[in-house]
Design a protein around this ligand. Structure first.
Ligand SMILES: *Cc1c(COP(=O)(O)O)cnc(C)c1O
Length: 414
């Protein structure tokens, strides 16, 4: 929490106490949720700025309310930095988050009922890639591709086959739980062949792309969406990038079609994060995330756990608990008791239900931000292995929890 919260403490002690407690929780636990990170103090300061007071409907130079000299400058900086960071021609930094960014792309590029093709949720795709409980599955004729049952990697022959059959208006690639490199060029070839737009959703891997630790979709995809808060390590927010040809349609979809006033405090904080991501330090950070994920994968394999797709090329691992005859939910709950925070996750062709699936998803973006290295990953693998050995022994879990807390004390939060 911010360093000077005396007003908050006085006016709302209930919330103040909770925020303090959350700070302590974040500090003493090992954060392995693959979509989470720790934003810098500079990013948090911009988020907490008085820009939260300002209405700025429209775009720089074309606003509907007066008083925009600084918001215009801030949004221009954010857009220019996003373009420079990713090598994109156009950026829209106003989406409130990743899901609204995707909604805006659908709105801009497809009509209601159009066929779309995305990665199935149980195979690592996101809800907004056409899953039935999301707008994207309800308002469009959604079809899905899966991974190869043997390799658990994207099977491009199968993607091509379903694309030819379905003739989608848009193909969506990018994932929330896929541990291998995404071949954007291979998707682009298929999209070209069937006359579909290609949307690359890099919500999870944007920081790796920015830091050169994962290939970029720029040049392959027609539109790129992202969050700003996952590996990119900014404030909560969304981002859309495209070439000049689609810029107007994308901008109109975000405002006025789907959103009102942008959250300019978040836009300022995103600008700060884009600037941070252009540094050499961030390049090192992105590569260290991947090294750490691979070290953690090696460590966990030593505990008789099976890694989906055989390991990882990015910031996350999917661990199949089936060989240990454990469920993902029980494992995640036990890990939390020991101060290790993960989420349970479906694995490809999961035989268990989505609320208690066969796997857990583990990401290294946040622990890498705290300065942990590959040796520390071996220690974390050891903690995880011991928790899974003693799942039902609350005393053992609390003993491991004390060790975890001690371990975390060496890695202060930003
Ligand atoms: C996280 C995520 C999103 C959505 O982001 P929110 O900010 O949670 O709305 C979209 N696509 C993918 C692939 C994601 O992983």
């Amino acid at each position: 929490m911010s360093e000077s919260n005396t007003e908050l403490k006085q006016t709302d002690p209930e919330i103040f106490e909770r925020l303090q407690a959350e700070d302590r929780r974040q500090g003493r636990t090992i954060r392995l949720i693959a979509s989470e990170n720790y934003a810098s103090a500079a990013v948090r300061q911009a988020t907490a700025s008085r820009l939260t007071n300002k209405y700025s409907e429209g775009y720089p130079g074309r606003r509907y309310y007066q008083g925009q000299e600084h918001t215009d400058a801030v949004e221009n900086l954010a857009r220019d930095r996003a373009c420079k960071l990713f090598g994109a021609a156009h950026a829209n930094v106003q989406p409130y988050s990743g899901s609204p960014a995707n909604l805006a792309v659908y709105y801009a590029l497809a009509e209601l009922g159009d066929p779309i093709l995305g990665m199935g949720l149980p195979f690592g795709g996101h809800l907004t890639h056409g899953w039935k409980v999301s707008f994207s599955g309800r308002f469009y004729d959604a079809h899905h591709y899966e991974v190869d049952p043997d390799t658990e990697c994207i099977d491009f022959a199968a993607v091509r086959e379903v694309a030819r059959e379905v003739q989608p208006k848009m193909i969506i690639c990018g994932a929330s739980a896929y541990p291998r490199t995404i071949d954007f060029a291979a998707f682009a070839e298929i999209a070209d062949e069937v006359g579909a737009y290609l949307l690359a959703d890099i919500a999870h891997i944007a920081g790796l792309v920015a830091g050169g630790a994962h290939p970029s979709p720029v040049g392959a995809a027609d539109v790129i969406t992202s969050t700003t808060h996952k590996t990119l390590r900014g404030p909560r927010g969304g981002l859309i990038m495209c070439d000049d040809k689609l810029a107007k349609d994308i901008d109109r979809a975000v405002f006025p079609a789907l959103q009102g006033g942008p959250h300019m405090n978040a836009v300022a904080a995103a600008a700060v994060a884009f600037n941070e991501a252009m540094s050499e330090d961030f390049e090192d950070y992105a590569h260290q995330i991947v090294k750490n994920a691979q070290a953690l994968a090696d460590g966990l394999a030593g505990y008789g756990l099976r890694l989906v797709a055989g390991g990882t090329d990015n910031h996350l691992l999917l661990v199949d608990l089936t060989p240990r005859e454990l469920g993902g939910r029980d494992a995640a709950v036990a890990l939390e008791k020991a101060g290790i925070v993960v989420n349970s996750n479906s694995i490809p062709f999961d035989t268990r239900g989505p609320f208690d699936p066969s796997g857990i998803r583990i990401g290294t973006a946040a622990v890498t931000t705290r300065g942990m290295d590959t040796d520390d990953m071996a220690q974390i693998a050891d903690f995880i292995g011991r928790v899974l050995d003693d799942l039902d022994d609350d005393d053992a879990l609390s003993r491991i929890g004390s060790e975890v807390e001690e371990f975390c004390a060496d890695f202060p939060l930003p």
